[in-house]
Write a protein that binds this ligand. Structure first.
Ligand SMILES: CC(=O)N[C@H]1[C@@H](OP(=O)(O)OP(=O)(O)OC[C@H]2O[C@@H](n3ccc(=O)[nH]c3=O)[C@H](O)[C@@H]2O)O[C@H](CO)[C@@H](O)[C@@H]1O
Length: 285
């Protein structure tokens, strides 16, 4: 979640928890962090006359799609996981807030599946964390840190039986945020919602194939049951973001894999750990 206001010129990143699988096992943790965190933040914003916000929402608010590609007018709320419900509840909260007080100026961006890393290889998701998302897990297998990639479900109603998602490069997501901030800084729209996706569905198997090709690695697969809370297939109609934000994606699936792999191989142990602060006692550390 990002917010910004001209007068104090601030951008705050609110660290929402975001693992679908984990959210099913720890609902209270997710409600506590994502919902209470947001409530507190909105209170603080209001008390400081800060009313502009870009909220990181998720395509997961749509639940199992009624049609594809998904437009912003697709019904929300029939959600299959706790993580998604927290995003949905926050969106409902923002609707009530902007209806009650016209000072609010908010854009909610519904991310599809963010992957990749900065092309420099210097900025990415810390690979020392426990992952549940597909691409970071796959990279750990390619590095030899995990023995096998577990594929959750091979009997979905999709061309190859595996789940289909709209993977979007984090650089494209970043430019989507800049476009949203530009719109907010020049217009008072109260509350608008935009999909951020490429418009292209890619299956688990397809992503594995591209990843193996561009990284020249082999990823052993183990097929298991479907994961609780997962949906079958989802990809975006991002026409609205193109028309109103002037935004479109630029990065291919190959680049998503290449950039993620560069980040992983350049930083196999994550960001350098901060050295412990020395305590100096009587001139000796
Ligand atoms: C539709 C939906 O709810 N999407 C949200 C979900 O993504 P979503 O759960 O789709 O993201 P994942 O990367 O976890 O999974 C992508 C696909 O890979 C499969 N898979 C994943 C891991 C693995 O080890 N093996 C495997 O087969 C999943 O079953 C799924 O079909 O969480 C993301 C953050 O966590 C959000 O940004 C997405 O908006």
């Amino acid at each position: 979640m990002y917010l910004f206001q001209h007068s104090i010129d601030c951008v705050i990143h609110f660290a929402a928890l975001k693992a679908v699988g984990e959210s099913m096992q720890q609902p209270l943790l997710y409600y506590q962090n994502n919902l209470l965190g947001m409530l507190n933040l909105l209170e603080v914003m209001r008390s400081h006359n800060c009313y502009q916000m870009v909220f990181s929402s998720s395509c997961t608010v749509y639940g199992e799609p009624e049609y594809l590609p998904i437009t912003e007018t697709h019904p929300t709320g029939k959600i299959t996981n706790v993580y998604g419900r927290t995003k949905y509840f926050i969106e409902e909260m923002l609707k009530d807030l902007s209806a009650a007080d016209e000072k609010w100026n908010i854009i909610s961006l519904r991310y599809f599946n963010p992957v990749g890393a900065h092309p420099s290889g210097m900025i990415g998701e810390d690979p020392t964390k426990e992952f549940t998302n597909l691409m970071p897990f796959m990279a750990q297998v390619a590095l030899g840190k995990k023995p096998v990639l577990t594929v959750f479900g091979s009997d979905y109603n999709t061309p190859d039986g595996t789940g289909v998602r709209d993977y979007i490069h984090v650089m494209d997501l970043a430019s989507g945020h800049v476009a949203a901030l530009n719109l907010l800084s020049n217009n008072h729209i109260r509350l608008k919602v935009y999909n951020l996706g490429t418009g292209k569905g890619v299956s688990v198997k397809e992503l594995v194939n591209v990843f193996e090709k561009v990284t020249n690695t082999k990823i052993p697969l183990k097929y298991v049951e479907r994961r609780l809370g997962d949906i079958t297939a989802m990809w975006a109609d991002a026409t609205l973001a193109k028309e109103e934000l002037g935004w479109t994606t630029r990065y291919s699936v190959e680049e998503m894999c290449t950039d993620f792999w560069r980040w992983q191989t350049m930083n196999p142990d994550g960001y350098p750990k901060k050295s412990k602060t020395s305590v100096i006692v009587n001139g000796k550390s």
